[in-house]
Design a protein around this ligand. Structure first.
Ligand SMILES: [Zn+2]
Ligand SMILES: [Zn+2]
Length: 329
């Protein structure tokens, strides 16, 4: 009986020990689970921080690349402007304007790459691939291979940039009149003095004196009259001449060729009017006043009055085909 009792007691002790073991086991499991979960959670936080900072880095990187690509257009226009001003100042035509613009832009982009690296840490390497006429003669296109890297971010694209040539100076008159350069620029116009009459005389062309004190636009500006026949409406031509507009022309020189001293080329190009001074009597014909005709084709035209005030006539000399193009016949 006593033994039996003792056995029961022993059995009871054993049960307590078993429960203790189970509790210890559970506690260990719980702590272990907690540690694993903490580690997983921490990893998750670290990962998402990494992803956030990667996102931020790539967002900033894209922003810098976009800014750089936009600036190619600005650097490109400055390059073209500098070349035009140099050609005008020295009266020496560019041998290959597209190549010159390409090389000068390359130099600028190399310089700017240092600034970009200093300011943003983005490493740019660019190669200007080509400079060529745009879809319309008022634009030039530049193709650039842009490579950029920073950390894990990379960019590698051929970027095409369309550059407006509006507000750049027309270099052609300065090159064509370089033998007798009495012309000068004054604000928005070129005043020819006797430069064109000298030029026409030297080629024994008809009535050069008509073009004494003639003018033409200094800056390339796109004529808004569309279609061009609207120049024939009341003050259309007067408005065009006063504002110094340029027009699209299959025969006129494109801007790249103008920089090379070519009044005409096989590209789709530009033409503007060379305007005689106002006259009080109308009886002269001379060379037609489209700039490619004055400086290259040299065919004659007749006087057309586009404005009259106080007995003075503002005139153009136009051949019949240019007259028809501008609605002036
Ligand atoms: Zn016009
Ligand atoms: Zn051309």
């Amino acid at each position: 009986m006593k033994i039996f009792k003792k056995n029961i007691h022993e059995e009871k002790d054993l049960n307590v020990e078993e429960y203790g073991n189970i509790f210890t086991g559970l506690a260990v499991l719980f702590v272990f689970t907690f540690i694993i979960m903490a580690v997983i959670l921490m990893n998750f936080v670290v990962d998402s921080n990494q992803i956030n900072s990667d996102n931020l880095a790539s967002h900033e990187f894209n922003y810098v690349v976009q800014d750089y690509n936009k600036n190619i257009g600005i650097f490109g226009k400055n390059t073209i402007r500098d070349l035009a001003n140099e050609v005008i100042k020295n009266k020496i035509s560019s041998h290959n304007s597209a190549d010159e613009i390409k090389n000068n832009l390359q130099t600028i982009l190399n310089d700017k790459a240092n600034d970009y690296y200093k300011n943003t840490g983005v490493n740019f390497k660019s190669e200007v691939l080509s400079v060529y006429n745009g879809e319309d003669p008022f634009h030039l296109n530049v193709k650039t291979l842009v490579t950029a890297t920073k950390g894990k971010s990379e960019y590698n694209h051929v970027v095409e940039t369309k550059i407006s040539i509006e507000e750049l100076k027309d270099p052609l008159p300065f090159l064509m009149c370089k033998e007798h350069p009495t012309l000068f620029e004054n604000g928005t116009k070129i005043y020819y003095n006797d430069a064109i009459s000298y030029y026409l005389s030297s080629k024994n062309l008809l009535n050069p004196e008509v073009y004494e004190n003639a003018t033409s636009p200094l800056f390339i500006r796109k004529c808004p009259f569309d279609p061009y026949e609207h120049h024939g409406n009341k003050y259309g031509m007067k408005n065009c001449i006063d504002n110094g507009y340029f027009h699209e022309s299959a025969d006129g020189g494109c801007y790249l060729c103008r920089l090379e001293g070519k009044a005409t080329c096989f590209h789709y190009g530009l033409e503007t009017f060379i305007v005689p001074q106002a006259v009080s009597s109308l009886n002269q014909s001379s060379i037609s006043g489209s700039d490619h005709v004055i400086f290259y084709d040299n065919y004659p035209g007749d006087t057309i009055v586009f404005y009259e005030e106080n007995g003075f006539y503002e005139i153009l000399i136009l051949d019949s085909s240019h007259g028809a193009k501008y609605g002036m016949n």
